[in-house]
Design a protein around this ligand. Structure first.
Ligand code: SF4
Length: 306
């Protein structure tokens, strides 16, 4: 039996799966994320959330392929790629792998050092660009990510602490396709990490348990811990916080984002939509690939020293 305090209930394996499927389908319906027959590409990290959402989507009948991006974060990336590959092979699913070092001549630690960006910023930019491009090139209807209720509540918490209206206005479970960028959807926003871990357990899915070593001590994890401690005392707080925001506050913020509409042209290197001449990804590649490789330990060590 699996105990889910926020529902004040214990679930057997069968009912746990039914519960997770229902929550995912409710999110898809409520937020009009996907239509029946949509082809989607899942951003796969090898962790529980992305493998769970891929598994659930296939199980309920969506045509879903996976894309794994090898970030070059030492052993963590090697192991994560292995989990993604074994999952796909075991189920006969199509997984595309892009290795940043092999295909673009850099990795995340090197990009962070070369551009003097925080590693997560270089990492996020690389992943967004490659997922968008894969969706465009492959004719997929949407990019799916495994963001859970814990992720979304933690991001909301951080954005609220800073009253970052621009980010708050964009923190939606579905972003429509616009200006050459594909639709992006987060079907797991009604499920916690504990619930997706339980899904993986009952479905026999092996996943990367380790956190990315670069994440250690970052603000996002701090927000998660703070919310976990509130949730422990008051089960259901996380869902009330995030889903209440989406229901009652997000509509009030609609229009508060700076419209990225007009003025986009094709990147002169890769053809992706961009506001400048060369897109941010191609500029990153140029700088990072020219830098000598930086071992992940150096980046982790320097972040701990802050
Ligand atoms: Fe990338 Fe690691 Fe940062 Fe996640 S925590 S965005 S995997 S560098």
């Amino acid at each position: 039996m699996i105990d889910l305090p926020r529902h004040n209930a214990n679930f057997c394996a069968e009912h746990l799966q039914e519960f997770c499927r229902r929550q995912m389908l409710k999110a898809i319906d409520d937020f009009e994320m996907l239509a029946r027959g949509d082809r989607v590409i899942v951003a796969v990290s090898g962790g529980k959330d992305s493998l769970a959402v891929w598994d659930m989507l296939v199980e309920v009948g969506y045509e879903a392929d996976g894309l794994y991006v090898g970030l070059g974060i030492g052993e963590y990336s090697d192991a994560s790629g292995g989990y993604a590959r074994r999952f796909a092979e075991g189920r006969g699913l199509r997984l595309t792998t892009i290795d940043l070092r092999d295909e673009y001549g850099y990795d995340v630690p090197t990009a962070a050092r070369a551009t003097r960006r925080v590693p997560c910023s270089a990492c996020g930019l690389s992943k967004r660009h490659l997922f968008d491009r894969a969706a465009r090139d492959g004719g997929y209807d949407a990019v799916v990510t495994g963001h859970s209720l814990d992720d979304e509540a933690a991001v909301l918490f951080g954005n609220t602490l800073r009253w970052d209206i621009e980010y708050l206005a964009r923190q939606l479970p579905v972003l429509p396709a616009t200006n050459g960028f594909p639709r992006k959807v987060k079907p797991l926003v009604r499920l916690t990490e504990r619930e997706t871990a339980a899904w993986c357990l009952v479905r026999g899915i092996d996943y990367q348990v380790e956190e990315c070593p670069i994440a250690a001590g970052n603000r996002h994890l701090g927000y998660k811990e703070a919310l976990n401690s509130i949730e422990k005392r008051s089960p259901g707080s996380k869902a009330a916080f995030y889903l209440g925001f989406i229901d009652r506050v997000a509509p009030l913020l609609a229009g508060a984002t700076v419209a990225a509409a007009g003025g986009l042209s094709a990147c002169d290197v890769c053809g992706a939509p961009t506001t400048g001449t060369t897109c941010a990804f191609c500029r990153l590649v140029k700088t990072a690939a020219a830098h000598e490789p930086v071992p992940v330990e150096l980046v982790v060590h320097s972040r701990k020293g802050r």
